[in-house]
Design a protein around this ligand. Structure first.
Ligand code: CA
Length: 590
């Protein structure tokens, strides 16, 4: 009921109040810039007390605006991104994994970009999307007029990487965060005369640990003044690289803030900064328990800073708990626009806290979920996923379980977790969503190895599927399949992105779907080296190295609407292997 009431209030305030207010003041609504870091912990900012690095530009948002003390996100990337986009807990939108399609946000969810686009904003996203690749999961189908970045969960190289611009493959230029920021700046410049919503979801300091030399230099041999709460677990070189990457983020935030000044947009623009989960290694994080992947405080507490000069008082500190679910209602409230979603939000508008008008702010519960584990936070307590209760004011490191001393509180929070589990988790029934192919407004469908299934001897190039390719494809019994659903009957140009050494040229491959088939031969060798290692500041663990794959045009295949496996197999293999395969692209021809 409370959730419905919140929506009703937003709709009512938009319908009843904002029209006269708009007319009385100005037709101009505030621009929005949302900058999201990836795997940066709460402790990875100088404003939060870390002397190991300096982040003056991000810190400045606290001086000129507000900083939250306890702001919560999810333990990993795609759920937080989904919660930001929808204002709803991520299981409600079908997000249950970080790869292989489980990261996709259900198509019946509306996004924050839908809300701002409906209100006449120019909308753009520049970075790591991580909530679906194929149309209509692609950001261009989720309310963003413009998109530049990569839709996957992580990338294997951060220098000159292959990227996606409005659904078309393009080559990135230079270090990825600098490049993404360049494109965000161009979007801001192009739309300076009208309200814009600019989402800049980064992908650092997520591994692989790559950063331009000038940022690395400061940290290559740096002494760390503060260490992880268990220093034995800390990989100091990894920490150095992460901090260098955070200083690079800060430099890019500075570029955005400067450009807003130069364009005289600073007073008309709300700037938000946060991260998508706790730190991706053991490093200083305020002594909190847990890191990325954990539902404990250290895994889910994020930096959160927001400024709107002339509206949010400079130097505001907000002690009340809040989370990524609150950003959609908050930003819509500030902009005076209705939330374009028929579904109830889990978040609430933080505007009263930011303007200092919250007379009575009731305590609330913020739930954290990952892979079936649930933890809940109130202003004072955290009940962890094992049912232990912690008084976070007396014991911020979660060292002493007080469930026996405070049985009523423990029982109340346990019941809340049980209720939440019953209400929210059934939305994560088994994932049978196919990968959609063939929407006329978005003719190219990219089917990367990430979304495919290897059969027989075929293997992924790394344990983490996101930036992997298929290898060890050696004989006609091997197959690679993608579970697809073709939307439109028609002719499709089929292309495989491949590599093949000269000695193995000559295989005949077949692509088939529901009775349609096409075959082609590997006639050209293409055997570039693996790359990525040359830019790693520390050895990588889960990510695949990358290669520059080449298109092999199989020809045109006729597809009928329907669902089934798209199957790639070899008919003849004269050499040791067929190829390494990165993706199949299907382009609906006019
Ligand atoms: Ca992340």
């Amino acid at each position: 009921m409370k959730l419905h009431f919140t929506i009703l209030c937003i709709l009512l305030s938009a319908a009843v109040c904002s029209q006269p207010a708009m007319a009385a003041t100005s037709a101009r609504r505030p621009n929005i810039v949302v900058i999201l870091a990836d795997d940066q912990g709460w402790g990875d900012l100088s404003v939060n007390g870390n002397p190991n690095l300096t982040t003056p530009n991000i810190d400045s948002l606290a001086k000129t605006g507000a900083i939250f003390d306890r702001f919560y996100v999810c333990p990993v990337c795609s759920p937080t991104r989904a919660e930001f986009l929808t204002g709803r807990y991520h299981p409600r939108g079908g997000v249950r994994d970080v790869s292989r399609g489980g990261e996709r946000l259900d198509l019946d969810e509306n996004t924050i970009a839908d809300t701002f686009k409906a209100a006449g904003y120019a909308t753009g996203a520049f970075g790591k999307w991580h909530n679906g690749t194929q149309w209509p999961y692609h950001p261009n189908a989720r309310g963003f007029d413009e998109y530049y970045g990569f839709t996957s969960g992580h990338w294997g190289s951060y220098f000159d990487p292959p990227l996606d611009r409005n659904g078309q493959p393009v080559q990135g230029k230079g270090f990825i965060i600098d490049d993404l920021t360049d494109h965000a700046l161009q979007f801001i410049e192009r739309n300076k005369e009208r309200p814009f919503f600019c989402y800049v979801p980064g992908n650092t300091p997520h591994s692989p640990m790559q950063v331009p030399e000038r940022f690395w230099q400061k940290f290559a041999k740096a002494d760390l003044k503060l260490r992880s709460r268990d220093p034995k677990q800390e990989d100091v070189d990894f920490t150095r690289a992460a901090l260098a990457m955070c200083e690079n983020i800060d430099w890019n935030v500075g570029r955005i803030l400067r450009r807003l000044d130069e364009l005289k947009l600073a007073d008309h623009t709300i700037v938000v900064y946060f991260s998508d989960n706790g730190p991706n290694s053991w490093r200083w994080n305020g002594g909190m328990k847990g890191r990325k992947g954990s539902t404990d405080e250290g895994g889910v507490r994020s930096p959160f800073l927001i400024r709107w000069p002339g509206h949010i008082p400079a130097g505001t500190r907000v002690p009340q708990i809040a989370g990524a679910i609150d950003l959609l209602p908050t930003l819509a409230d500030f902009a005076g626009i209705p939330v374009a979603s028929p579904k109830p939000l889990d978040g609430v508008s933080l505007k009263p806290l930011l303007l200092g008008t919250a007379k009575d702010w009731p305590d609330r519960m913020i739930f954290t979920h990952w892979t079936g584990k649930i933890s809940v936070r109130t202003q004072r307590y955290r009940l962890d996923s094992a049912g232990k209760l912690f008084d976070m004011q007396a014991d911020p490191g979660q060292d002493r379980d007080v469930a026996k001393e405070q049985p009523e509180m423990a029982a109340r929070l346990s019941k809340a977790v049980g209720d939440w589990r019953k209400e929210v988790l059934p939305d994560l029934k088994s994932d049978d969503r196919p990968f959609p192919v063939g929407h006329p407004q978005f003719p190219l469908t990219q089917l990367p190895a990430r979304d495919g299934v290897p059969h027989g001897g075929v293997q992924r190039s790394a344990a983490a599927p996101n930036c992997s390719f298929f290898q060890n494809w050696t004989n006609p019994e091997d197959r690679i399949t993608w579970e697809i659903e073709v939307a439109t009957a028609g002719r499709y140009e089929a292309v495989i992105y491949y590599t093949c050494p000269p000695a193995d040229v000559g295989s005949t491959v077949e692509l088939s779907f529901n009775g349609s088939r096409i075959e082609g031969m590997v006639t050209e060798a293409h055997d570039p080296p693996l790359r990525g290692a040359e830019n790693d500041r520390v050895p990588r663990r889960g990510e695949s190295y990358v290669k520059d794959f080449k298109p092999l045009r199989l020809g045109v295949i006729e597809l009928k609407p329907g669902r089934g496996p798209l199957t790639l197999r070899a008919l003849k293999v004269p050499g040791q292997q067929v190829m390494d395969a990165r993706a199949v692209h299907l382009r609906l021809l006019p």
